[in-house]
Design a protein around this ligand. Structure first.
Ligand code: NAD
Length: 532
């Protein structure tokens, strides 16, 4: 995507890049482009910090996370303003979907880390191994690299960073070049939380490196122990290939083409409000936005009428104004992608009922909220991520057809089904996606206990919830032999041990008790012969 970001700085000086307010187009601030050397240095510092950070008791790390939630709450309004200025989203969305989600995640991590880290005894079933004790523990991976997008500039890097930090890892974050200030505010608040908990004058376990794609590439190439990447499929694929080359574990949170299925027994008023909000919030630039809406033929035309009425009431404008419902797209490049998909569909016979046009009088990144019907599955608007304020609606005639349409996608991030609870739940269970919501949508991301992640092109692994914390840990199995002098018949010499071992296998697994008894008589003495 053309982000509109330009490098500034004269030859011989450190390169810098500028950010712009997507609503007004006015420049905001400029930031240094972290070089390979800068990124490697940040990873080295993070590793030094990880040493002390992983050694302190879990309760102290939890206290830092709780303090973080309090600081996020105290600064909620100023943070929301920074987020809106960089991303263009309405202030209420910045407050709820970024600040509140981040604060909830901090508390969830603090409350659940002890149970996630709890050691587990591993019993040994085989009698020959009964004198051993096994235990599974969870250890921090070390330094986690996070590469994040602009659309949730606080809640995405914060939820990943909190899960990494609370489990004893250090973090190096490369935020989107479109929203670096939000990441720097997060760094400042994490530092303040450490200070407030008496952890002053120690290397910081959370570092931010600003820059464009190449800075992200340096992070992938650096000495990190795992990468959590959130972004587009195209970049995710490049990152995955680079990570595979050095066998770096990755979690990939990529794009979506989420289906909304409205069954014939759905509440039309609620479902139409949900469709409008689910496709238009954050100007449709949410990985789990409604990107395809399938509606039962019996209620299709009244559903479309209601959606049109509700779209016509949306207030479009600068997200920093209190009554704005719908802000600009992040960039002119993103507007062109949306516009091309709508124009292609229109040229192939789709009907654009409202919108379908840029709104240049508001600013170069504004696009009118659009409802489009008479679509074909082959159109790119039904296959590729649109990431704009567009609601494509298609009719279906049976549950089977709805499920088949919903599953006919290269993506599998989330979906929603609307209808009478038991009917909708049974349809929801047939949809292949990382999360399927019944009579609700999108808010799964805000449930800090719920895992987030997808299938197919939507990515690999999970963030959020207990599974998100587990992604930051390596399982470590510890095995202690409490009878080391007991003879190990599976050691050398093989020449003398085959027969007793064959009898021992019969003792455990032969179906008849007579065979097992005779096997016991033949095998057990061998365990007590003197060691050679
Ligand atoms: P993007 O892929 O353009 O950029 C994401 C990040 O990758 C940025 O920080 C960017 O600087 C960095 N980057 C770019 N090239 C790189 C490279 N070669 N190596 C390493 N890093 C590189 O994505 P975007 O436009 O910022 O975000 C929008 C996309 O993110 C959408 O497709 C959306 O669906 C997806 N997304 C997914 C989720 C999810 O949880 N699945 C959440 C939010 C957004």
């Amino acid at each position: 995507m053309d982000s509109g970001i330009h490098l500034v700085g004269k030859a011989g000086t450190r390169e810098r890049f500028s950010t712009f307010n997507p609503a007004s187009g006015s420049p905001l601030t400029d930031y240094p482009v972290a070089t390979e050397e800068d990124v490697f240095e940040s990873v080295t510092q993070a590793r030094q910090a990880q040493f002390w950070w992983s050694q302190i008791p879990v309760v102290r790390r939890s206290a830092v996370l709780r303090r973080l939630a309090q600081l996020l709450c105290a600064e909620k309004e100023s943070l929301a303003r920074v987020i809106t200025s960089e991303s263009g989203k309405p202030l209420q969305e910045a407050l709820l979907n970024d600040v509140l989600v981040a604060a909830d995640a901090a508390v969830f991590c603090a409350e659940n880390v002890a149970s996630v880290l709890r050691k587990e005894d591993i019993p040994h079933a085989n009698p020959a191994l009964r004198f051993k004790r096994g235990q599974l523990s969870w250890e921090p991976l070390g330094v986690i690299g996070i590469i994040s997008p602009w659309n949730y500039p606080l809640s995405i890097p914060a939820t990943d960073a909190f899960a990494a930090l609370v489990t004893g890892n250090a973090v190096v974050l490369k935020p989107s070049e479109l929203t670096p200030q939000t990441a720097l505010e997060l760094e400042r608040i994490i530092s303040a939380a450490l200070d407030a908990e008496g952890l002053t004058n120690l290397p910081r376990p959370f570092q931010v490196v600003t820059g464009l794609g190449p800075t992200g590439q340096h992070l992938v190439a650096s000495n990190i122990d795992k990468l959590i990447f959130t972004g587009s499929v195209a970049t995710g694929r490049r990152v995955g290939v680079a990570a595979a080359d050095r066998l770096l574990p990755v979690t990939l949170e990529l794009g979506g083409k989420d289906a909304m299925v409205v069954l014939e027994d759905a509440d039309l008023d609620i479902a139409s409000s949900a469709a409008v909000w689910g496709s238009m919030m954050n100007a449709g630039q949410t990985c789990i936005s409604v990107e395809r809406c399938y509606v039962h033929r019996k209620i299709y035309s009244s559903f479309v009428t209601r959606c049109l009425e509700k779209i016509s009431k949306l207030k479009i404008g600068d997200g920093s104004l209190p009554d704005t419902d719908l802000g600009p797209l992040i960039s002119y490049g993103q507007l062109q992608i949306v516009s091309q998909q709508v124009e292609e569909a229109r040229a192939l016979g789709a009907i654009v009922h409202c919108g379908g046009t840029p709104l240049p009088h508001l600013g170069s990144n504004f696009y009118a909220p659009t409802l489009i019907t008479d679509l074909e599955n082959s159109m790119s608007i039904m296959n590729e991520e649109t990431f704009g304020p567009v609601l494509p609606v298609m009719p279906f005639s049976s549950d089977d057809e709805a499920v088949s349409l919903a599953n006919k996608s290269d993506f599998g991030l989330a979906a929603s089904v609307w209808g009478a609870t038991s009917h909708a739940t049974s349809v929801a269970r047939r949809i292949a996606a990382g999360a399927v919501l019944v009579n609700d949508l999108i808010t799964g991301f805000a449930v800090s206990a719920a895992p987030h992640g997808g299938l197919k092109k939507s990515g690999i692994g999970r963030t959020h919830g207990r599974l998100g914390m587990q992604e930051m840990l390596r399982p470590c199995y510890l095995d202690v032999d409490l009878a080391p002098r007991m003879k190990k018949l599976w050691w050398y010499p093989y020449s003398r041990n085959f027969d007793p071992m064959a009898a021992f296998t019969e003792l455990i697994h032969a179906p008849e008790w007579r065979t097992r008894l005779s096997a016991a008589l033949r095998s057990l003495p061998a365990f007590f012969h003197p060691r050679r």
